[in-house]
Ligand binder design. Structure first.
Ligand code: AHR
Length: 518
């Protein structure tokens, strides 16, 4: 891992520009030096009341002809179960700071205008009880974002009482009357969202004042099932906000608040804001530009983590990258504010590169949520009426399931370089880990869209005789799946046997491969 990373740093500094290697690259995994655990929560998802992320994507209603269980799509639930989604952040995003939970409970729902996204009516048919049913059906965990922009501490505390009280309080009884006497588990709670922007344009001091109150007075009512608290963190490489939150946390005492996480939001937006790069139909320069942009996630995390280390050297507070992914120009003709974009093989690589960045920093980055799960931005799944299709990004999340709660293993290799115009990138990106099943897994991404890459897999401390797994390749850099062609991009099996003392794998251009060493 270190050599690969050093190589990447040298390349981004412009110190080394080599041509594609003709000879195989040796990738060596040291199975005897286990590192940090890759928390399964780095594979988290995000479902905002935005476009058809929830309505249509998850919720179709109990009377829909689309197969559903209590109004929740069966096909979507099955697909999400297969990628073992660890948590789903809800109801926003920016929407969270306008969300009032009472609009979405009980027999009579209050329809409201979604002022954040498209000005459409939100029926509030999908509210707290439906979200919790969805969480239960998928077998995931709840991550709720509190409204600290237009809500109150009391409103948020009441919401937690409604969800988690296990004693006969007024709100427990209201929940029971709505069909759920047993308490829900709220594993995670976000204390606001982007409070430096859509969450209220607060200064760091204004936010930390709110954070102290919400952090103190909004809690799980179920002592056997506490809720972890995640503060709003930065959205750029400016560290002022991180300093303020971490210092406030450091100074907390006695019965005051506590935190377990600090959020970081960082989208891959090539060419600057507003997002205008097309999601499909791009050339190789645009392919390279987007991958170069996404690799800035590593240095960004390192810069913010350095501030966290100053106040929290024991790494008690997790860095939670709870909004990340590619953000392109909307699909032409799609509804304004619905953030609809296609998803291509480039996005599959982008996902793998980011997951690798998080895994390498697993001691601090213990949670992340890609934006967003269904029909919005870098989605796993697209739906249209009763149709559903899985994206290339979904397939990467599926291939990476063995890395959930796995233990990082050092991996060394010469990354080489892939050069396109003004952009120089590492040609190879790899991580390795020992899965919970005891097996050794390696992920290998060939960023070069023109040239295959031969790797010789070597494992110190393991007599590997074979490498088996899956590879995600595509005919073109912008190959995608749509409702008429749902399997243009899908994983296919790979296997390499030991031959002449070598375990050789040929990585197709622009591909992601995950193998188990046997
Ligand atoms: O994911 C879309 C939006 O991006 C979220 O609502 C907001 O938090 C971010 O700016």
């Amino acid at each position: 891992m270190r050599l690969g990373w050093i190589s990447l740093l040298a390349l981004t500094a412009g110190l080394a520009v080599s041509t594609a290697q003709a000879s195989p690259v040796t990738v060596t995994v040291d199975t005897g030096k286990p590192g940090a655990t890759i928390d399964r929560h780095i594979f988290g998802q995000f479902a905002e009341h935005l476009g058809s992320g929830v309505y249509g994507g998850i919720w179709v209603g109990k009377d829909s002809p689309i197969p559903n269980t209590r109004g929740i799509r069966n096909d979507v639930v099955a697909a999400l179960k297969a990628i073992k989604v660890p948590d789903v952040r809800w109801p926003g995003g920016c929407y969270a700071d306008t969300y009032h939970w009472r609009d979405g409970i009980g027999a009579k729902r209050n329809a409201r205008v979604n002022t954040n996204w498209g000005g459409v009516i939100d029926s509030n048919a999908f509210g707290t009880d439906e979200y919790m049913d969805f969480v239960d059906q998928v077998g995931t965990e709840a991550y709720v974002s509190l409204n600290i922009g237009s809500g109150t501490v009391k409103e948020a505390a009441d919401w937690m009482e409604y969800m988690t009280a296990d004693q006969p309080t007024a709100l427990q009884q209201e929940r029971a009357a709505n069909g759920h006497p047993a308490p829900y588990k709220v594993a995670l709670m976000g204390l606001g969202n982007e409070s430096w922007d859509c969450g209220g344009l607060m200064t760091p001091d204004e936010y930390t004042a709110q954070m102290r109150l919400y952090g103190r007075f909004v809690n799980s009512f179920n002592t056997t099932s506490p809720t972890l608290k995640i503060a709003v963190g930065p959205g750029t490489d400016d560290t002022t906000w991180t300093e303020a939150v971490m210092k406030t946390w450091k100074d907390h005492r006695g019965w005051s608040f506590d935190l377990q996480g600090l959020s970081l939001h960082s989208y891959t937006v090539a060419g600057g804001w507003p997002p205008h790069a097309p999601a499909t139909g791009f050339d190789e320069q645009a392919y390279a530009d987007v991958l170069a942009e996404t690799l800035k996630m590593g240095p960004l995390i390192d810069k913010q983590s350095a501030v966290m280390d100053k106040y929290d050297p024991d790494k008690k507070i997790a860095l939670v990258v709870d909004e990340w992914g590619a953000w392109y120009a909307p699909t032409p003709g799609s509804k304004p504010g619905f953030l609809v974009q296609q998803n291509t093989q480039r996005d599959a690589l982008l996902a793998a590169l980011n997951l690798n960045i998080f895994a390498r920093r697993a001691d601090r980055v213990r949670m992340a949520n890609i934006a967003q799960m269904i029909n919005v931005l870098q989605a796993m799944i697209f739906t249209d009426g009763r149709k559903m299709v899985l994206t290339p990004t979904y397939h990467v999340f599926h291939m990476y399931v063995p890395f959930q709660d796995a233990t990082v293993l050092p991996v060394t290799y010469d990354a080489g370089s892939y050069v396109e115009g003004h952009v120089t990138l590492p040609r190879l990106d790899a991580i390795a880990a020992r899965g919970k099943d005891g097996k050794v897994y390696v992920s290998l991404t060939n960023l070069d869209p023109k040239t295959p890459l031969e790797v010789d897999l070597a494992a110190m401390g393991l007599k590997a005789r074979a490498a088996t797994g899956e590879t995600l390749t595509a005919p073109k850099i912008d190959s995608m799946n749509d409702f008429d062609h749902p399997e243009t991009v899908k994983p296919s099996p790979v296997k390499a046997m030991l031959s002449n003392g070598k375990l050789m794998l040929k990585l197709a251009p622009e591909s992601v491969t995950v193998v188990e060493l046997e």
